[in-house]
Design a protein around this ligand. Structure first.
Ligand code: MN
Length: 487
């Protein structure tokens, strides 16, 4: 599913310096692209020293048209007049990072002269360059510092993954089996707005079509997927038929998704016509493979799961639901789970395959599912809601813990976390922002990446940090609401 994305490295200069300087700029930029590519998650392709309006427009148009170009990185080795960039930047449709760097590290005190100053003029050129984007009011990421600095490279790498999240988003197709869970509000939304802003094409397929596709799955296909299950997970049930049934569901769902090029799907326990079990293990293993999923017809969270999987270094993101609290004073936690479908990429240990009755919905048989504890560590939960006229992405920093007690009767995977600065404040902020019970929980996507992604996609972003206070957030959201309505 992962494509070989690249990023264009466009280095600005101008003709005034003469051919010698242009040659040096090109050589150095080529060297930087090569070295950085070996240390970044995606290659940086140097597209030549750009010294005129025409060259800059041409390379921007090439970036727009190249399906594998996930974004551009710009830098001005020398001074590069901003009016040369206005046309190209105004046309740019790919994510844009301004790397405000410099080839050399130290100022050579004994040797520095005006030739050196004219060649190494990034401090000057990058300010001119930055003004053009500010004036055009286009979204960009600005990363300043020496290009060999580990922190600069790590930030650039993180931004590249975010830009790939934007590319994946713009290609996103979501298959819905059945509609929304009846009467639920927060999982609803404007699919047209989502397609315009985020590129998501969301369509419904009949559950009966899935049932028919399942009939076409062969026993040997089920044998081979069941073997895969057993290589990844520990069998903890005697009901092998239920496990094989989930394999049948998974093969049929995957076939339908792949036929349509869908990277995410949703189902609902209220519409299982022709199915004996709600997809549990099936949905979990598909998420493990990188597909997005959310229950109860929640196409927004399903697509966001797939986007965040693409944005993370190891795909450790999954569909989550805030279920219940541990409200013991001074020791408060949130317990997240779902009725079945928690992604095994969140697991601390090898998941176990179990079968249990499902007390909600109309399952004829006990569905097989993976049961595990989530891992410890800092994480983020994110939710996408439709405010009417715009989408709002909400992110909150959390600290996942090893569940503080055994829960032997809980028949589903679970993740327990602490909210900072404390559960009460965090929950009040989340509810103030309108955040849903459904989220994507991620161990390897940062709130900063989500902010950049929201900026690229042109949607609202709310970050609930340990310093966010509900009253101030409420005031801020009121003002933002006015600002968004004016746009
Ligand atoms: Mn749910």
């Amino acid at each position: 599913m992962k494509k070989d994305y690249v990023f264009y490295f466009i280095v600005g200069t101008q003709d005034l310096y003469g051919p010698e300087v242009l040659k040096t700029v090109a050589e150095r930029a080529g060297e930087m692209a090569a070295e950085l590519s070996s240390r970044l998650p995606y290659p940086l392709v140097f597209t030549g020293a750009a010294s005129s309006d025409g060259e800059i427009c041409a390379v921007m148009r090439r970036a727009n048209a190249d399906p594998l170009c996930a974004g551009i990185v710009t830098w001005c080795h020398t001074f590069s007049p901003g009016k040369m960039w206005l046309g190209g930047l105004a046309d740019l449709r790919k994510p844009y990072c301004h790397l405000a760097t410099q080839y050399n590290t130290a100022i050579p005190g004994d040797e520095i002269d005006m030739d050196f100053m004219n060649l190494n003029q990034a401090a000057h050129g990058d300010r001119e360059h930055g003004f053009t984007a500010a004036r055009l009011r286009i979204p960009r990421k600005i990363i300043a510092g020496h290009w060999k600095d580990a922190k600069v490279i790590s930030r650039l790498g993180e931004w590249m993954r975010t830009a790939v999240g934007a590319a994946v988003s713009r290609e996103m197709k979501v298959m819905r089996f059945g509609d929304n869970m009846r009467w639920v509000a927060v999982t609803e939304g404007d699919k047209i707005e989502a397609q315009i802003r985020l590129g998501w094409r969301v369509n419904t397929n009949a559950v009966g079509d899935l049932a028919a596709e399942m009939k076409a799955v062969t026993e040997s296909e089920i044998d081979s997927l069941t073997e895969q299950y057993l290589s990844l997970y520990t069998l903890d049930t005697d009901d092998l038929a239920a496990v094989r049934y989930q394999a049948r569901e998974e093969i049929a769902i995957k076939r339908m998704l792949d036929a349509e090029g869908c990277m995410a799907f949703s189902d609902t326990f209220q519409d299982l016509y022709g199915l004996e079990q709600l997809p549990g293990l099936a949905a979990q293993h598909l998420m493990y493979l990188g597909y997005g999923f959310a229950g109860e017809g929640d196409w927004k969270t399903a697509a966001l799961t797939a986007v965040m999987k693409a944005m993370g270094s190891e795909g450790a993101s999954g569909f989550m639901e805030d279920y219940t609290y541990h409200l013991v004073s001074g020791n408060e936690y949130s317990l997240g789970a779902h009725m079945l479908e928690v992604c095994p990429s969140l697991a601390a240990d090898r998941p176990r395959i179990q079968t249990h009755p499902l007390s909600i919905g109309m399952n004829e048989k006990d569905p097989a599912r993976l049961v595990f504890d989530g891992r410890e560590g800092p994480a983020v939960v994110a939710a996408l809601i439709d405010m009417g006229g715009r989408m709002r992405l909400i992110a909150q920093d959390i600290e996942c813990v090893k569940p503080i007690m055994p829960m032997p009767k809980l028949p589903v995977a679970r993740v327990m976390w602490r909210v900072l600065p404390d559960l009460q404040t965090g929950v009040e902020c989340w509810i103030t922002a309108g955040g849903s019970h459904h989220t994507v929980l991620s161990y390897d996507v940062s709130a900063g990446q989500l902010r950049d992604w929201a900026r690229i996609m042109d949607i609202e972003f709310v970050h609930i940090t340990p310093d966010t206070l509900p009253d101030r957030l409420d005031d801020e959201l009121f003002l933002r609401d006015l600002a968004w309505k004016l746009r």
